[in-house]
Design a protein around this ligand. Structure first.
Ligand SMILES: [Zn+2]
Length: 275
């Protein structure tokens, strides 16, 4: 599933291509993906609107239009691309939505597993109506402050792996980066959150910033089927220190990396380096 760095890469790619361009016509080929609006209402609302910008918050991709905001959640396999009408960068049978643009190109959404969702809201109401106001801060630009994470940690009874995956605590971290952050911070994924010291919580903030910023610079991690908007692959998979390295030697101490289900997710860690 694309996490913050992958969605940021898609947003930057799309923004370069479609900011300032208008949507002439929209077509939807899989009605269930449109949430909270009828498909016809959605298609009517987006037609003849200008795309002002494309950005993301955590895993949510947002198209700011003249009057509304489209929120796209890619879930497992959702992918956006820009091409001429007759060209498909991804498998044509997975095309679910397309916008004909005023520059002659087509903005297309593909989703092989059909888990992705699209919503449209008025700008002044999208935050609370979409539930995005419940999301925590993105761990970037030295955010969040230690006090914020400490307050949340004290109230939590969960293990640290589940805690940093909780989007209402930190927004944008999924399984891959959670594994990498806890390895870099030297913290066992099953530690109870409220047992963590200030120093350990601060280390999580520093490591999450560092890892996400590097992953953004490398346009994300290309494992499974993720590709950035132009069909290219991100390069952070070459930087992974623990994720998918079961039974391989830990880069820090040489013992074997273990894999265990923690918080329902495949968790890779080093029993020696992560205490
Ligand atoms: Zn180790």
């Amino acid at each position: 599933m694309p996490e913050l760095p992958e969605v940021r890469s898609v947003a930057r790619f799309l923004n370069k291509k479609v900011a300032g361009v208008s949507i002439l016509k929209a077509e939807c080929f899989f009605e269930k993906m449109i949430w909270r609006n009828s498909v016809q209402d959605f298609l009517n609302k987006v037609s003849n609107q200008k795309i002002i910008s494309v950005s993301n918050y955590g895993k949510y991709l947002m198209f700011e239009l003249s009057e509304q905001i489209i929120i796209s959640h890619l879930r497992m396999e959702g992918k956006w691309s820009i091409s001429k009408k007759e060209i498909d960068i991804y498998n044509k049978s997975h095309l679910r939505l397309q916008f004909e643009l005023s520059n002659g190109e087509f903005l297309k959404y593909y989703d092989s597993r059909k888990f992705g969702t699209i919503e449209i809201w008025n700008k002044n109401e999208y935050l609370d109506k979409s539930g995005m106001d419940k999301l925590g801060p993105e761990p970037l630009n030295n955010e969040p402050p230690l006090k914020y994470l400490k307050d949340k940690a004290i109230k939590s009874n969960s293990v640290i792996k589940a805690f940093i995956l909780d989007q209402s605590v930190l927004c944008g971290i999924g399984n891959i980066y959670a594994n990498e952050i806890l390895f870099a911070a030297g913290i066992h994924p099953e530690r109870i959150t409220k047992s963590l010291s200030d120093k350990e919580l601060n280390n999580i903030i520093i490591c999450s910033n560092k890892i996400l910023e590097k992953a953004i610079a490398l346009k994300g991690t290309s494992i499974h089927s993720y590709k950035s908007g132009d069909g290219e692959t991100g390069q952070f998979q070459h930087e992974l220190k623990v994720h998918l390295r079961k039974d391989e030697e830990c880069y820090k101490c040489g013992s074997k990396v273990v894999k265990k289900q923690v918080a329902g997710r495949g968790t890779y860690f080093c029993l020696v380096c992560q205490q």
